[in-house]
Design a protein around this ligand. Structure first.
Ligand SMILES: O=C(O)CCC(=O)C(=O)O
Ligand SMILES: [Fe+2]
Length: 176
């Protein structure tokens, strides 16, 4: 399963800006394996750095940003970490422009159980981190639909701006 999203972010009115607190898409990780994002001249994508700071992703002409998703983090036993990212209002000089989003979301096959690839000599060397016990691990299909259900649900719990929900024994977090 893969899909391609083409989105158009229109400039917002001052009222809309206040309502959304300038966050157009709240902080999240993508649920699949990797997402390929065409670098956009209107800068609005931010990633959460390990030091807790949100930082803009620089525009690099003709380049593609590769985001690791939850499925890749689970399959790789934490070797690749899902990128926490969000979309915010662009810097003042770019606010009047319409922004395009072109993203290719790749997923594992629907029936693939998201357990670490234990046979990997690299993982055996560096160690494996699990989000849940292997017997409780969701399939790609389950995880994809749980993550999208969560994305459209009201926040369940808030701690320091982090919304959290336990789905099938796995903690799903949203970062604002
Ligand atoms: O528009 C963007 O740059 C990112 C959108 C995004 O993160 C998503 O659709 O999952
Ligand atoms: Fe995303």
């Amino acid at each position: 399963m893969t899909f391609f999203r083409f989105s158009k972010y229109h400039p917002r009115t001052d009222e809309e800006k206040t309502k959304t607190s300038n966050v157009w898409m709240k902080g999240h990780t993508d649920s699949g394996t990797v997402s390929l994002l065409w670098s956009q001249p209107v800068v609005a994508l931010q990633i959460l750095s390990p030091d807790g700071q949100w930082r803009f992703v620089k525009y690099v002409p003709n380049s593609i940003i590769v985001n690791v998703g939850d499925a890749m983090e689970m399959l790789s036993g934490g070797y690749y970490k899902a990128a926490i990212h969000r979309v915010v209002q662009p810097p003042p000089d770019q606010r009047g422009y319409t922004r395009l989003g072109l993203i290719y979301f790749a997923y594992a096959n629907a029936d693939v159980k998201l357990v670490p690839f234990k046979e990997s000599p690299i993982l055996q060397q560096v160690g494996i981190t699990r989000k849940c016990d292997d017997e409780d691990a969701p399939t790609m299909k389950m995880w994809g639909s749980m993550a999208s259900m969560y994305r459209h649900s009201a926040p369940k719990k808030k701690e320091n701006g982090i919304e959290e929900e336990v789905m099938n024994g796995v903690v799903v977090k949203h970062f604002n």
